[in-house]
Design a protein around this ligand. Structure first.
Ligand SMILES: NC(=O)c1ccc[n+]([C@@H]2O[C@H](COP(=O)([O-])OP(=O)(O)OC[C@H]3O[C@@H](n4cnc5c(N)ncnc54)[C@H](OP(=O)(O)O)[C@@H]3O)[C@@H](O)[C@H]2O)c1
Length: 324
């Protein structure tokens, strides 16, 4: 490592410990000046990518970015009309974009199974799968399968969809899976005893952060599970971005931090980089702004490997897959 890149690396790590510095557009702009590893133009030509929650916010920016890199992009949404609007918008700014709309409610396990079965008859190779769909509810909601909604949307749906798509992921060259977590996960440990948030007073913000923590905790297990199919698994956080979700769920936070928030395109950058940079980053880690990041900053959030495995067994059981 040169002195210059060593200093840059120390500076980058220090930024990560200051939420305002690291997570906002200030952090993005400071770090971006040191990047020399942009995905090559056309890096995803001839490849297929699926992005969930792609009708707005960061998911739409990721979909547009993947299309710019040449991928055929499957905008996967729960409302077809808003998916079609996003598709029109993406094609409006890039007439070459190859995008199609798919419908799946990621919190509904039967819908996920049916969608995966149907997709697998139409798509033979899937190179990139981005689990971006996210939700921050104001009250505790249970899905049709009786799972708490953030657990179903952020963890169980993505786990089941990926497992069902392993044959077409495994058939693709250099398949990569990205779980969109959140820096909010740094405030929570693994709720191994209560993954469905049945105990205590429910807080949507806590449920959101706990399930984003679960995504990060499960990443190394999923990386091992699918290593035989050469599927690389990454979790990441996008920083803090000004999106419709933030405007609706966290209006006070948005008013306070408005001008500092990232654009959806800035928040999408690391997902695009993980999807397309060469050589592929190592599987199994947690990323932000194109660098691996620690799983913990606070001592009380730490958990043992036994707890990680226990959560994994619960999730595997909940979606009906073996927990090997
Ligand atoms: N913005 C930030 O600062 C920030 C920070 C950290 C992490 N993140 C994460 O980044 C991702 C995108 O965030 P965002 O700010 O762009 O959020 P957003 O504006 O709220 O968009 C969320 C997307 O997820 C979709 N979605 C929600 N539940 C779904 C379900 N059951 N099935 C399918 N799609 C579903 C939404 O679709 P509908 O339009 O149908 O609701 C929407 O497209 C989320 O995972 C979020 O947790 C964001």
């Amino acid at each position: 490592m040169s002195v210059q890149s060593g200093v840059r690396s120390l500076f980058d790590a220090a930024l990560d410990r200051t939420i305002v510095g690291g997570y906002t557009r200030v952090g993005y702009q400071l770090r971006q000046s040191g990047w020399a590893d942009d995905p090559a133009p056309g890096a995803l030509q001839g490849r297929t990518a699926l992005v969930t929650g792609a009708n707005r916010g960061i998911g739409k920016a990721i979909a547009a970015g993947l299309a710019r890199l040449g991928a055929t992009v499957l905008l996967t949404v729960r409302d077809r009309d808003s998916g079609e609007l996003a598709r029109t918008e993406i094609i409006g700014s890039n007439s070459e974009a190859d995008v199609a709309v798919e419908v799946c409610d990621m919190s509904d396990l039967s819908a996920v199974r049916a969608f995966a079965a149907d997709l697998s008859t139409r798509v033979s190779e899937l190179n990139v799968l981005v689990h971006n769909a996210g939700v921050l509810p104001s009250t505790r909601i249970e899905t049709a399968d009786q799972h708490e909604v953030t657990l179903a949307t952020h963890v169980l749906g993505p786990l089941l969809l990926t497992e069902c798509l392993v044959p077409i992921l495994g058939a693709a060259d250099d398949p990569r899976l990205i779980l969109m977590s959140s820096g909010g996960m740094y405030t929570q440990s693994l709720p191994t005893d209560d993954p469905e948030y049945l105990d205590g007073r429910y807080s949507g913000v806590t449920a959101y952060a706990r399930t984003k923590r679960m995504q990060v905790a499960l990443t190394p297990i999923l990386a091992r599970r699918w290593a035989g199919e050469h599927i690389r698994v990454y979790s990441m956080h996008p920083g803090r971005a000004d999106t419709p979700g933030v405007a609706t769920s966290l209006p006070a936070f948005r008013n306070l931090t408005g001008p500092l928030l990232r654009t959806p395109e800035q928040a999408a950058d690391t997902a695009l980089w993980l999807a397309a940079t060469q050589p592929a980053p190592p599987t199994g880690g947690f990323w932000h702004d194109r660098r691996p990041r620690p799983e913990h900053y606070l001592p009380f959030t730490r958990y043992s490997d036994r707890e990680r495995q226990r959560l994994w067994r619960y999730c595997a059981y909940a979606v009906g897959i073996d927990n090997a």
